[in-house]
Design a protein around this ligand. Structure first.
Ligand SMILES: NC(=O)c1ccc[n+]([C@@H]2O[C@H](COP(=O)([O-])OP(=O)(O)OC[C@H]3O[C@@H](n4cnc5c(N)ncnc54)[C@H](OP(=O)(O)O)[C@@H]3O)[C@@H](O)[C@H]2O)c1
Length: 249
């Protein structure tokens, strides 16, 4: 298995951190670039990964605010200079503000959410395309949510939301990913639903440990290790009840 360069945004905490931890445990010879808004939080995360026993794996903190074009450009530049390519891009960073229509800040909150969770995905993914094209097996795993599934929403499989803009943003993220896949068929595009995890996102109310939430990503990466195309291909995936399965859009 050749060593891969993997870049995860929002990797200093929550599911992003768990994704790095779970991947590094399964694939210790890959290199992990932790996209973080503040470098000290990235260095702290790397210390925590080392303290968890991941001492032989290469980790590096990369400063990136996904809502800032100059910040994205600077991350692309730094990674290109040192690593020349990205094999797997994992856009994970997102926000969920608790607002409802009628709240004073609703318009601004909607715009912030869609900017961070959708527009920034598109800008990030397109900015990293040259580095992805430098890989033999380029793969993008966008961290979505079951709340983005129109099927789940229309079949009452998800409880009422505390944030309508967040739900909309995850449906839009899925569509954004499908559109990118049409434009860039040389890249394997996948959306992943981690499930309801205990993180700051939901005031630690989630049912799953973030490491269990990261399992879907580990399985998608492992699948791609089987061959150039991967067995699973483009789609919306989750790991629930002990197996990897597709989520209805
Ligand atoms: N938790 C769940 O139950 C759940 C369920 C389904 C899907 N998800 C998805 O899983 C992903 C991670 O969620 P989480 O629960 O781990 O959230 P979290 O604990 O709140 O962590 C969010 C991460 O995103 C980063 N971030 C936020 N805005 C950013 C920006 N503008 N630029 C760069 N980084 C930014 C944060 O950085 P700072 O530390 O600097 O704030 C943090 O690292 C999200 O896409 C979320 O939608 C979560």
């Amino acid at each position: 298995m050749s060593s891969k360069i993997i870049f995860v945004t929002g990797a200093n905490r929550g599911i992003g951190f768990a994704i790095v931890q779970a991947l590094a445990t399964r694939f210790p010879s890959h290199t992990y670039l932790l996209g973080v808004r503040s470098l000290p939080s990235g260095h702290e995360a790397i210390q925590s990964l080392k303290a968890l026993g991941l001492t032989s794996t290469a980790f590096e903190a990369i400063q990136i605010d996904i809502t800032s074009d100059p910040s994205i450009a600077s991350a692309v530049f730094l990674i290109k200079e040192k690593h020349t390519r990205i094999d797997i891009l994992i856009p994970n960073a997102a926000i969920a503000e608790r607002v409802k229509p009628g709240d004073q800040d609703f318009r601004a909150s909607c715009n912030r959410t869609l900017d961070c969770n959708v527009t920034s995905f598109l800008v990030l993914a397109s900015s990293f395309l040259p580095l992805l094209h430098a890989s033999c097996t380029p793969q993008v795993i966008a961290i979505s949510s079951a709340r983005g599934s129109v099927h789940h929403l229309t079949t009452s499989q998800v409880p009422p939301t505390a944030s309508i803009p967040y739900n909309i943003s995850k449906t839009a993220l899925n569509v954004a990913m499908l559109e990118m896949a049409k434009l860039e068929s040389g890249v394997l595009w996948q959306a992943a639903s981690p499930g309801h995890c205990k993180t700051a996102f939901n005031g630690w109310m989630g049912k799953k440990d973030p490491l269990d939430g990261a399992r879907v990503v580990v399985e998608l990466v492992a699948d791609r290790e089987q061959g150039d195309e991967g067995r699973l291909g483009m789609g919306f995936w989750e790991f629930e009840q002990g197996s990897l399965r597709s989520v209805e859009w």
